[in-house]
Structures are given as structure tokens and as C-alpha cells.
Design a protein around this ligand. Structure first.
Ligand SMILES: *Cc1c(COP(=O)(O)O)cnc(C)c1O
Length: 369
């Protein structure tokens, strides 16, 4: 038995990426492992990151944090996207740090604290300009409430998120830092002093050292990808190595005549006689449906471009008339040879984050190094 397709995850690359960042900053590293570690596998990546210099784990959802605890990992972990109605009692029982960005959430977390007799560990999120998460209009009222209840919670962190750190030329990031300082001052004036402050995602970690402070939240760079190749440069510029390689089998190889219309809608017409290969991966596996022929696969030392539309479970490539590929052969969809994750992202008009996070759970993960 061999897998029809698999994502090979190079844990050595993850380890070396964390170590490279660790060597470049005095801040602590929080490894961002949300969304199944950007599709790379939550637990193996979390363990590798912690063994390589990260001291915190960060996820979006509470269930992701609880999965970390259930795997026996007890390092500090924060879940920062917990809507009202989440099971905060479980969060406290599993010793998960929580983010607070509204009065409603504060009160739900306080009442979970009361019912468990435990003191919630909170990180206060402030909106410094992105207008997504974080306190904005409720800030003054929140400070009053927090002071009133200060013996019932432990204020571990104050944090924010940058909107445009992947555009190093923009002044937005430094402006957000200024706004952050004023929130920090408000908190201090209220007699509350967070133990740590954290602002930076990968882009700010790579390009804005003034924003590192006590901790950086390292996501895409840990997986060896650049937050934005155009504005920040390739990952290799920062000695980062991509950790994911995607491979799949050819289910079929066959000759097809010039003039053939390939796939649903007949959107691609063959210009000459050629050999087509059918790759056993489709949009249900996370291959973007709207991908141009600027992407494809790598086999026998050559690129073979995509032809026509990606189907649910398969897509077709042009192997060229002279190809010696056979059905059952493995091809590399993306990785260190052939097409890169960034090339796939460009061909599908999206970002590398979306390419890796959407690789579905039905694609096996194999861990190496
Ligand atoms: C996803 C996320 C990060 C990591 O972002 P990258 O660009 O992948 O480094 C950091 N902080 C928060 C709050 C996030 O949601």
C-alpha cells in the first residue's frame, strides 16, 4: 500500500526556522500553530517548535488549545479567538490563557473563574488601527470593570495585531505601535501592569525589530514561507526553509491528440499531440480550482503545467509527448523542486498562507527529519 497523495513535513526545517528567528531577536517566541499548524500538523509542529526555542504556543480556537493539552503539552498556550458562549470552564481547567477584547467576554471569563475557583489568565487585545479584533469603543469602560475585578483575574498580557506589517515601507506599523503605547499607559495609570506585551506577526518579526518587545507571534515564517515575497523578499533571504512538500500519484498517463478540449468546460485546447497525466488531487484536497497553467507538477526533472480546470479529486497536466512517466509514479506538486508554494499561490491569485492551510485532512501527513 502506498498513499495516493501525501504532504511531507520537514520538521528539521521547522526547527531550523525557529532557531534562525530565535537567534535574531531577544524576544520570546510564541509559535503560532492555529489551523492545524497552517496545515502542517498541530502536535508534531508544536513539539518541534518548543524543542527549538519557542516558549509559547498560540492558536485561534479554544478547541485547538485543548487538543494541545490532550496531547500532553503543558507549555503556556493562548487561544485568542473565543467568541461568547465558548466553554471557558474547560479553558480554565486546561490552563489555557485567554484573550479579552470585549466587556461581554470579560464577564463570561470572570464567571467561569468564579464557578471553577480558578483565576483566569488573560491577555487584553487592543485595536491599534486594524479595526478587526481588540478593544476600541469599550476601552474606558473596560478599564473601570477590570480595576473592579482585578483580584479575580491575572493580567498576563497586552497585545495587538498589525494590519500592514508585510509592507515595510508603510508607516502604519509604527503608528500602530504609538497607539499601543497609549493603551499601555492607560493600563499602567489604572495600576495594572501586564507581564508581557506582544505585537509582532512574522512580517514585523522579520522587518520591524522595534516592535518585538517581550514576545513575537511567529506564524508563516516558522513554516519557511515569506509573509509577502514581493514586499519582504523570499524566505531564503532570511534563511527560512519551506517545510511542506506535496506529492501525489499519477492515476493515468495517456496520449491525447492536438485540438482536444481538456476537462470541465473544455477550457484548455491542446496545441499539439502530447501525453497527459492525471494527478490524484483536487479542490477537495485543497488544490485551488481557479489556478492558471502557471502552476503544475514536477516529474523526472521537468515541469509539467496544469491543463484545464481542477476537478474535485483530480487535475490534468501536460507531460509532453516524450515523457516516460507512468501511471503510479509520484509527482511533486510543490516543494523544493519544481513549482514552489509561492508559484502556486500566484497562479491561483492568492497567498501562500491559503495554499498550505487548505491542504485537506484527507491528504496524509508524513513527518521527516
Ligand atoms: C495568525 C496570527 C499570527 C501569525 O501571523 P503570520 O503572518 O503567519 O506570522 C499572529 N498573531 C495573530 C493574532 C494571528 O491571528
Amino acid at each position: 500500500m502506498s498513499y495516493r497523495a501525501y504532504a511531507e513535513i520537514d520538521l528539521g526545517a521547522i526547527a531550523s526556522n525557529v532557531a534562525a528567528i530565535k537567534a535574531s531577536t531577544s524576544a520570546n517566541i510564541l509559535a503560532v500553530v492555529k489551523a492545524d499548524a497552517y496545515g502542517h500538523g498541530l502536535i508534531p509542529v508544536a513539539q518541534t517548535a518548543l524543542a527549538s526555542g519557542a516558549s509559547w504556543l498560540g492558536v485561534a480556537l479554544l478547541e485547538e488549545a485543548i487538543a494541545i493539552r490532550k496531547a500532553g503539552i503543558n507549555d503556556r498556550t493562548i487561544a485568542w479567538l473565543t467568541p461568547p458562549g465558548d466553554d471557558f470552564v474547560s479553558a480554565l481547567k486546561h490552563d489555557v490563557d485567554l484573550s479579552v477584547s470585549s466587556l461581554k467576554l470579560l464577564h463570561e471569563i470572570l464567571s467561569a473563574g468564579k464557578s471553577t475557583g480558578m483565576k483566569p489568565r488573560i491577555h487584553i487585545e487592543v485595536d491599534t488601527g486594524m479595526r478587526r479584533g481588540g478593544f476600541l469603543d469599550e476601552w474606558k469602560e473596560f478599564l473601570v470593570e477590570l480595576v473592579k475585578h482585578q483580584d479575580e483575574v491575572r493580567v498576563v498580557g497586552l497585545w495587538t495585531h498589525f494590519a500592514r506589517a508585510d509592507e515595510p515601507e508603510e508607516s502604519t506599523t509604527s503608528e500602530q505601535v504609538k497607539v499601543f503605547e497609549s493603551y499601555l499607559k492607560d493600563l499602567g495609570d489604572a495600576g495594572i501592569h501586564p507581564e508581557i506585551i506582544h505585537l509582532s506577526n512574522s512580517a514585523a518579526t522579520l522587518t520591524a525589530s522595534y516592535a518585538h518587545r517581550s514576545m513575537v507571534r511567529l506564524g508563516i515564517a516558522m513554516y519557511g514561507l515569506s509573509p509577502d515575497v514581493k514586499t519582504i523578499g523570499a524566505a531564503s533571504k532570511y534563511s527560512l526553509k519551506p517545510a511542506m512538500t506535496l506529492k501525489a500519484k499519477l492515476s493515468l498517463v495517456k496520449h491525447a491528440p492536438a485540438g482536444s478540449a481538456v476537462g470541465y468546460g473544455g477550457t484548455a485546447i491542446l496545441k499539439s499531440d502530447t501525453k497527459l497525466g492525471v494527478v490524484v488531487l483536487g479542490y477537495s484536497d485543497g488544490i485551488p480550482r481557479n489556478t492558471s497553467d502557471a502552476a503544475g507538477i514536477w516529474i523526472d526533472g521537468a515541469k509539467a503545467p496544469l491543463v484545464g480546470r481542477v476537478s474535485m479529486d483530480q487535475f490534468v497536466v501536460d507531460l509532453g509527448g516524450q515523457s516516460t512517466a507512468e501511471s503510479g509514479d509520484y509527482v511533486t506538486v510543490f516543494g523544493n523542486e519544481g513549482y514552489s508554494i509561492d508559484e502556486w499561490a500566484a497562479a491561483a491569485s492568492t497567498i501562500n498562507y491559503e495554499i498550505v492551510t487548505r491542504i485537506a485532512s484527507r491528504v496524509h501527513r508524513i513527518y521527516v527529519n
